[in-house]
Structures are given as structure tokens and as C-alpha cells.
Design a protein around this ligand. Structure first.
Ligand SMILES: Cc1ncc(COP(=O)(O)O)c(C=O)c1O
Length: 471
């Protein structure tokens, strides 16, 4: 194997060689189990006497870095962790929050009963159609001259999304106002970069979406939790100083109620009065169970105060890492530039494949299939939960791929009990910035189906109430 060593520095040649090898081992240049060059070869490469190399190897072997097997050479053993990190830790202020990941970011690994929030089933993706679209996109790209792509995203995909937003979310827009992102999360990050300065006030629903809170806090914003009730965000309680308000109007995250029309109009009026930006996160509004999906809040925005975030994470899968941002005209240039500075542009082939999936009708077919499937799962989950009225109260839902419930009494050690019963579900408490009151659960039904729903609810009932008997 090749190993790069610099013998610069003070001291004798033997000492410098020993130090350079030690550094290479600590930096992970050579992994445990790998064989070092034979002493004769390394000596010739470095123009040193073989004796110096043998001595350095022996010293490192004595320290436990290296081992030798007769006739097979000198091997790297498990290298101890590097000593004290020399990089300065982020101090308080912007960046401090990067050290503690938000609760929601610790996505759950599968268990026996799987109700993870915000996850869809890979097995249900339209793989055959996706394969065809990828092949066609690869052919198209192989014939292209190899220039860098557009930071705003491929025009074909923006056009397909603009049409989709028109018929599915009541949004009249054209592709020029759209920015393709790596999921809603990148959209949030870009908005924070161009619109939030340290010390600004950002208002969020309470409880709310921790990754959004984390992005704003990382910018140094003062994030103010504002309560929600059955009509969604309590607009009257917004602090007048809020320069940005983040909301989930179609399906409040995590509790699930849609924001009423009255509140939507009040929020837009607030934004006008205080010159604030409203960020609408429409992460799963496509899945509505009663009547036509509520149009997006953005469809009421007459003066460009709403930034609208969409994502393919729920309608297809989070693995795609694709979303979009319908940009308010006043922010379009800044957002596009911030995107270019950040990661250049979105991956070309994936964008082109998705555009084909959307334009060819496969995406709409998948969506209709999933709407039927999720409606059936939701009905089954509601029915199963209704068996245990003593334990919990399900919160009314009209959309989305998760439901929330509140317990009727405190449940001590909830997370540990869920773990012990191998139930994957998200307690509601971590979604609160303040006192959560009575805890509850967010139950996703993106990956659980049929009888597994009933079995999962029975396991939950054990966790929550001991061996609570059904009504
Ligand atoms: C409130 C909310 N917004 C957005 C998303 C999607 O994020 P992304 O598009 O970055 O995967 C989720 C996913 O769980 C979510 O719960």
C-alpha cells in the first residue's frame, strides 16, 4: 500500500519518521487490518536506511499501533482515538445548536410495531416507472454537453411541479418562481439564511417541527413558541416583533388540525401589518381524507408574503431528497444565489427522472393509489384506537400520514417503555418548546398496514395503561 509521509520538522531522521508514521495512523490514513509497506520498500521510497524504518515499526508496535505476523508483514492494529480535538468547539450563539440534534432528526430504526412519523414505505414506490424514468433521464443526460446545471433546478421539473401545484393545491404559479431543493429542510435553511439575522424574532407553532426550530436557532434567532388550538395557530398571540412566522396550515405538525380560513386571513393581515414573512410548510397536505384537499395558504397571498415549501418526502420517499420552494418575488434572487453558494444545483439525473414521472402521469397514479391506501389505514387506526377511550383521546385529523393522540393520564418513562415493548412511535413532549402538559403520541401510518395496525395498537395499550382491558 502507498502511504504519504512528510519527514519535515526538527530532530533526527529516525524520530521524524516515527512521528510521521504515528500521525498517519492517528489520522486514519491506514485503516486497522491494513498492511504497511515492507521496511525495505519504504526505506527505498524515502531514501533512508532500512534500519531506521525497522526501528520506527518496532517502536509503534511496542505502543500497540502495529502487529507483525511472521512472513506476512506488519499490520495496523486498532488505532486509539486521536488525542484532544484541536478544533475549537462552537461557543454560544449561532452554531451552538449544531451540537444537539433536534429530536425529530433522530429517526427511528424499525422495531416490531412501527408507527414512525413522516416515513413512507420504500416497497410501495412505483419502482418500474421510476426505473424507466431514470433510464430515460440517463440517456438524455448522456447526450448533453456537460455544463453545470441551473441553481434554481431543471426547467422541466419546475414546469411539472407548477402544473401539479395548480391542480392539486390551488396555486397558480409558473416554474420561474420555483426553486428545487434537497427536501423541505434545505428550503428552510435557505430562507433562514436570506431572511433571518441574529437576534430576529421568529414565531413557530407550539408544539411544532423541531428541525425548523433548530434551523432558526442556529441562525441566532429568538424563536417564540405560539400556541395552537382547534383552528390552528393563535394568530392573536403572535409577538409584534416576529419577522418570520413558520406554520403548517394543511396539517398542523404534530397535532394535525388544519388552520381555519379565518386564521389564515388573520395571519396574512399580521404579515402585512408587521412586514413579516410567512413560511408555509405543506409537507403532506396532499393526503386529505374528507373532500378535496384544502387549498394552500399561499393561494390567498395577494402581496407575496408567503414562502411555500413542498416536499417529495411524503408523496414519494424521503430518500429522493427533493422538495421545492415557491419563492416570494422579493426573495427570489437572494434565495437562488444562496442556493448556488450552498450546493451549486440539484442533481440533474434525479430531477429529470422525476420530471418524466410527473409529466408521464405515473406520479399522479401513485398519488391516487397512496391516497386510497392511507385513507384505509387511517380508518383502521382510528377504529383500533377507539377501543381504548380510557387511555387516550385521538385528535381529529383531516389530512396527512400521521395521527396524534393525548393520554388521559400521565405515563411515566414513556420513551423507555415504548422501547422495551419494541414500539416505534414518537412521544409528543419533545415537539414542545415549553411545558407539554399531558403527553401523547404521534402515530405515523406510512409503513404499517392491516392487522399489524391492530397488533401495534394493542401493544401501545399495554405500554400506556399496563394491561388495560378494552371497553
Ligand atoms: C413538518 C414537516 N415538514 C417537512 C418534512 C419533510 O422534510 P424533508 O422534505 O426535508 O424530508 C417533514 C417530514 O417529516 C415534516 O414532518
Amino acid at each position: 500500500m502507498q502511504i504519504h509521509l512528510s519527514l519535515d520538522g526538527a530532530g533526527g531522521l529516525g524520530q521524524r519518521l516515527y512521528e510521521a508514521l504515528r500521525r498517519a495512523l492517528l489520522d486514519g490514513q491506514v485503516a486497522p487490518g491494513e498492511r504497511l509497506p515492507p521496511s525495505r520498500v519504504l526505506a527505498a521510497e524515502l531514501g533512508l536506511s532500512r534500519r531506521l524504518v525497522v526501528e520506527a515499526y518496532e517502536r509503534l508496535a511496542a505502543e500497540g499501533f502495529l502487529g507483525a505476523t511472521t512472513g506476512r508483514g506488519t499490520f495496523v492494529l486498532r488505532v486509539p482515538p486521536p488525542p484532544q480535538q484541536t478544533l475549537r468547539q462552537a461557543g454560544p450563539g449561532p452554531g451552538a445548536h449544531w451540537r444537539s440534534p433536534p429530536a425529530w432528526a433522530g429517526r427511528l430504526a424499525p422495531g416490531r410495531h412501527n408507527f414512525p412519523g413522516g416515513v413512507t414505505d420504500r416497497a410501495l414506490l412505483p419502482w418500474a416507472a421510476w426505473r424507466r424514468a431514470m433510464m430515460a433521464a440517463l440517456r438524455e443526460t448522456s447526450r448533453d454537453i456537460g455544463f453545470y446545471g441551473d441553481p434554481q433546478g431543471e426547467a422541466s421539473l419546475r414546469l411539472a411541479i407548477a402544473r401539479y401545484l395548480g391542480y392539486s393545491r390551488g396555486l397558480a404559479c409558473d416554474g420561474d418562481a420555483l426553486l428545487i431543493t434537497q427536501g423541505a429542510q434545505q428550503g428552510l435553511d435557505l430562507l433562514a439564511r436570506v431572511r433571518v439575522a441574529p437576534g430576529d424574532t421568529v414565531a413557530m407553532e407550539e408544539p411544532g417541527y423541531p428541525p425548523a426550530r433548530a434551523v432558526f436557532e442556529a441562525r441566532g434567532a429568538r424563536v417564540v413558541p405560539v400556541p395552537v388550538d382547534q383552528q390552528g395557530l393563535c394568530v392573536d398571540e403572535l409577538p409584534a416583533s416576529a419577522s418570520l412566522v413558520y406554520v403548517t396550515p394543511s396539517h398542523q405538525f404534530p397535532l394535525g388540525m388544519p388552520m381555519s380560513l379565518e386564521r389564515r386571513l388573520a395571519l396574512l393581515a399580521f404579515a402585512r401589518r408587521h412586514d413579516a414573512l410567512v413560511v408555509e410548510d405543506d409537507y403532506d397536505g396532499e393526503f386529505r381524507f374528507q373532500g378535496r384537499p384544502l387549498d394552500a395558504l399561499k393561494s390567498l397571498d395577494r402581496d407575496g408574503r408567503v414562502a411555500y415549501l413542498g416536499s417529495f418526502s411524503k408523496v414519494l420517499h424521503a430518500d429522493l431528497r427533493l422538495g421545492y420552494l415557491l419563492m416570494p418575488p422579493g426573495l427570489a434572487t437572494a434565495l437562488t444565489r444562496a442556493r448556488a453558494f450552498n450546493d451549486g444545483y440539484p442533481p440533474l439525473v434525479t430531477q429529470r427522472a422525476l420530471a418524466r414521472l410527473m409529466i408521464g402521469g405515473d406520479f399522479a397514479r401513485h398519488l391516487r393509489r397512496m391516497q386510497r391506501l392511507y385513507a384505509a389505514r387511517r380508518t383502521r387506526l382510528e377504529k383500533a384506537l377507539a377501543e381504548y377511550p380510557r387511555l387516550w383521546t385521538p385528535l381529529p385529523q383531516v389530512a396527512g400520514i400521521h395521527m396524534a393522540l393525548r393520554f388521559t393520564a400521565p405515563v411515566p418513562d414513556l420513551a423507555a417503555r415504548l422501547d422495551a415493548a419494541d414500539v416505534r412511535a414518537n412521544p409528543l413532549a419533545p415537539f414542545h418548546a415549553g411545558d407539554p402538559g399531558l403527553d401523547g403520541l404521534l402515530l405515523g401510518f406510512g409503513v404499517i398496514d392491516g392487522d399489524a395496525i391492530d397488533r401495534g395498537v394493542a401493544a401501545l395499550a399495554e405500554v400506556v395503561g399496563g394491561a388495560a382491558a378494552p371497553r
